[in-house]
Design a protein around this ligand. Structure first.
Ligand code: CMC
Length: 426
């Protein structure tokens, strides 16, 4: 303990301990306040640390993001997504033999039971892939429930492998259902992103034909999304998991939280917005709407709760985005012209500068996925696919040490106690 913070309540001063972070801001331990008859108030958890964690570190002002200490730029540049999954789960990078065994474990677990695939027949082809993905992952809880001991590190690792292996298959099945096409099974000879692209766009029974550039760009997108400390969906997984719920159900809760346009749904919302704007001459009209306090419209893909100077993921994504646009020969697409104009205006206007609103990862990932030919409704499902190792690593970390059920307090502003009035007297 480095220092303390003093608090005076009704003239009585007491010390609150300050817990020391290994890097970044220290944390005032307010747990004893309840004994002094007070709660703390922090809607949206702007200033509240709800757990200890050793997985991911973010410095929003400096634009730093590390997984287990490794800078995101190095991981995105030099690692494979499955290597990053291993790192997030185990805390260390794998040796060559550990990595080979991990890849094999994932490949072995990618197929989905035939009877389980029937779950998709209950959906129409208009169903959003996120709704199918959420239901399918929750459905896995039926398959992996009896005998699953969440306090066993071995069982948690098995759940992690199952989820990381099955999410691409289920996401691809959601897509195939939405286009009314037959499922393409996973191919153990393919890499992780390559397999996903083949399951989405391949033909059953035909040899895979996946562009190496696109597979590598997608793998990078997965790495950039793999974890982001206590964001809304990860916190949801932790809270659901803190009730000792089945991990597949807890992850399904995280997928539901991710879907919203303020979080993972932003990549899809970026494309919807670019389509709505339509042409460069309408950009200023939409920028004016974003600045108007009476208008709920926000520029999707701009701003971040934590990053207030730049989003390091967006920087990596921006260069990968340009590579994909060049490879696909779509650099001059009208929608991308709109995106460039928006980016320029938002970077120059006082409103955005004062509020420190910068293009975030979703701005560039939305554009990249569009250029890759991925259908817009799949974007958030891809985010879920990338975020899986982060969710499961946080769930496992929580369960590996003593924890409490997540249960916030409130500032009650409703009526004080009053007597019930029978219906005939009201
Ligand atoms: N367009 C216009 N104004 C904005 C925007 C935006 N995208 N984002 C924030 N503002 C304004 C906001 O109205 C407020 O103005 P004022 O101070 O005058 O009231 C100010 O900037 C601060 O915003 P805030 O809502 O208090 O910030 P927050 O930290 O609560 O919200 C956010 C962060 C990401 C939810 C928000 O910036 C947003 O909704 N952005 C658009 C959606 C988006 O791109 N989300 C993806 C985030 S990155 C992926 C992920 O990690 O999940």
């Amino acid at each position: 303990m480095k220092h303390t913070v003093q608090i005076t309540i009704d003239g009585v001063t007491s010390d609150l301990p300050v817990l020391e972070a290994s890097v970044g801001l220290d944390v005032v331990d307010v747990r004893s306040l309840i004994q002094k008859g007070l709660y703390t108030y922090d809607p949206g958890f702007l200033s509240t640390a709800a757990c200890e964690s050793a997985i991911t570190y973010i410095d929003g002002d400096a634009g730093v993001l590390t997984y287990r200490g490794y800078p995101i730029e190095q991981l995105a540049d030099q690692a494979e997504h499955l290597e990053v999954c291993y790192l997030l789960l185990h805390g260390e990078l794998p040796s060559a033999s550990e990595f080979a065994a991990f890849k094999q474990d994932i490949a072995d677990r990618m197929p989905i039971d035939e009877h389980f695939a029937n779950l998709f027949s209950g959906f129409t082809s208009e169903s959003h892939p996120m709704s199918m993905l959420c239901a399918a992952v929750a459905g896995l809880a039926a398959q992996f429930h009896d005998g699953l001991d969440i306090y066993s590190a071995e069982h948690r690792l098995e759940s992690a492998k199952q989820l990381i292996a099955k999410i691409p298959t289920l996401a691809a099945m959601s897509y195939r259902k939405s286009i009314g096409a037959a499922f393409v099974p996973p191919d153990p000879s393919l890499g992780y992103a390559e397999n996903f692209l083949n399951m989405c766009f391949g033909t059953p029974g035909q040899a895979p034909n996946v562009s190496a550039t696109l597979a590598s760009a997608l793998d990078k997108i997965f790495i950039l999304h793999a974890d982001h400390e206590q964001n809304a969906s990860t916190s949801t997984v932790r809270i659901a998991g803190s009730t000792e719920a089945n991990p597949y159900a807890a992850i399904a809760a995280g997928i539901a939280a991710l879907w919203g346009p303020s979080h993972g749904g932003a990549n899809e919302a970026v494309l919807d917005m670019l389509n709505e704007i339509g042409s460069v001459d309408r950009v200023s009209e939409f920028v004016a709407r974003a600045k108007d306090k009476e208008d709920p419209f926000k520029l999707m893909g701009f701003g971040h709760r934590v990053y207030k100077n730049f989003d390091p993921r967006a920087t990596v994504m921006q260069s990968s985005c340009h590579a994909v646009l060049a490879e696909q020969g779509v650099e001059n697409e009208p929608l991308l012209e709109v995106a460039k104009a928006l980016e320029t205006i938002a970077r120059e206007e006082d409103y955005f500068i004062e509020r420190r609103l910068y293009p975030n990862i979703d701005f560039y990932s939305g554009i990249t996925l569009k250029a890759m030919g991925i259908p817009t409704p799949m974007y958030t499902a891809l985010f879920a696919l990338g975020r899986m190792p982060g969710w499961i690593a946080h769930w496992s970390e929580m369960l590996s040490a003593p924890f409490k059920i997540g249960r916030p307090r409130q500032l009650y502003l409703g009526p004080a106690s009053r007597d019930f009035i029978p219906l005939n007297e009201r």
